[in-house]
Design a protein around this ligand. Sequence first.
Ligand code: GAR
Length: 192
Amino acid sequence: MRNIAIFASGNGSNAENITNYFANNTEIKVACFLCNNPNAGVIKRAEKLDIPYLVFSRDDMNYSSVVTDFLKQYDIYYIVLGGFLWLLPSTITDMYSERIVNIHPSLLPKYGGKGMYGDKVHEAVIAAGEKESGITIHRINEKYDDGAIICQKTCPVLPNDTPDSLASRVHDLEYEWFPKIIEQDIISLSKS
Ligand code: GAR
């Protein structure tokens, strides 16, 4: 079994969608969630889905083995960042190397970087008069939204779009593509 851990800071709709996608898979499963915000919606989703979860602080992540111990406890092979807003420390990235992916709600390198998340991204895309937006699924490195791109999918930005309406179109792309790309990536990493 290839076990996935999903890190999320907010609502967690991608975390739920990915968990459901793999629910009947006999080789890949979502084993746990990790969250840095005790009030985040993703925690309610973990409880509903009966997925074990860890809530951790920045000190837990950067200066203790709380997070790495949890990943070891669940025998985690692959990490998914689904709306996770902190940079991972080298203690985690060294352990997982190429086996960490992030999703970003724009066509990177546009509208990425520190502080660019969620609605802030969609507001900037609309303010710039872009005709197209979309999603980027990429590996991570020591910078925000900067690692090698695995896949991008596009959608139109419509004349009357609000950040919410654009977010909803982008979320649809995320729900369709993120689980499939994760599955393909795990299969290809497992062969190499
Ligand atoms: C998603 O749209 C994801 O692309 C974005 O946060 C949202 C989380 O939604 N990630 C970033 O902005 C990362 N820089 P969710 O909590 O409902 O899955």
